[in-house]
Write a protein that binds this ligand. Structure first.
Ligand SMILES: C[S@@+](CC[C@H](N)C(=O)[O-])C[C@H]1O[C@@H](n2cnc3c(N)ncnc32)[C@H](O)[C@@H]1O
Length: 229
């Protein structure tokens, strides 16, 4: 069987246009993307990297904040979503799209990193997030946005529906893993956000979309390396 990364790349390439519609038109998504970009406290002229940028739904929010003298780098490993992003961002000369692995990005310095709806796709999210804290260094900013089951007392009743949506929308490889895709998503969100908390002074923490979407951002105090063992 193909490895999970290859499966994910063909999945996101095949469904790039459908994904793009959801990524831009979900009812709560504009508020989340605005809040995440704001949470990075970007200044004109800075460099910001989006890991797993998909079809580029966040990139104009970032480009508007760093201005024409700043730099935005969008990294994704799926060629289909990058094609959509390239068309969308053609008018922004300072947005650079790179096909690469976000767990080992080909960039050594940046002021800030954003990753939205991606942590759940990493086998070891804590290690990946801690490597991003090293990338931005002390004083750099990091913002994660991820989906998981809600803990909201009213909306918890919708968790079975969320579970069903995750099951149908997860790249095929994740449906055969030992844990259900939803449990895996929850565990990976917790690992990623804990890694951010361990290395950063948390500057923003909020939930959206009935508690299903979590935003957490921080300023790196010390970059650390976390291993799974
Ligand atoms: C759910 S989409 C999110 C896209 C975008 N961040 C957004 O908010 O719309 C996840 C994206 O992460 C990308 N991705 C997952 N693992 C990756 C990795 N290791 N390196 C680069 N891209 C990755 C996928 O190709 C896909 O485009």
């Amino acid at each position: 069987m193909a490895d999970p990364a290859t499966v994910a790349q063909s999945f996101y390439t095949r469904w790039a246009r459908v994904y793009d519609t959801i990524a831009r038109r979900a009812p709560w998504i504009h508020a989340v993307r605005t809040e995440a970009a704001d949470a990075l406290s970007l200044a004109p002229g800075e460099t910001v990297v989006e890991m797993g940028c998909g079809t580029g739904a966040n990139l104009s929010y970032l480009a508007d904040r760093v201005g024409p003298e700043g730099t935005v780098v969008g990294i994704d490993f799926s060629p289909g979503v990058l094609d959509v992003a390239r068309r969308r961002l053609a008018a922004y000369p300072n947005v650079h799209l790179v096909r690469a692995d976000a767990t080992d990005p080909p960039i050594t310095d940046a002021d800030a990193v954003l990753a939205t709806f991606v942590s759940g796709m990493f086998a070891d999210p804590a290690a990946v997030v801690s490597s991003w804290t090293s990338l931005v260094g002390s004083g750099g900013r990091l913002c994660l946005v991820d989906l998981a089951r809600t803990t909201h007392p009213v909306w918890r009743s919708l968790n079975p529906l969320f579970r069903a949506l995750v099951r149908v929308s997860a790249p095929p490889g994740s449906r055969t893993m030992r844990d259900s895709p939803t449990e895996l998503l929850d565990a990976r969100l917790v690992a990623a956000h804990r890694a951010l908390e361990s290395a950063c002074r948390v500057t923003h923490s909020a939930t959206h979309a009935l508690g299903f979407a979590r935003i957490r951002s921080g300023v790196v105090q010390q970059s650390i390396t976390i291993s799974d063992s």
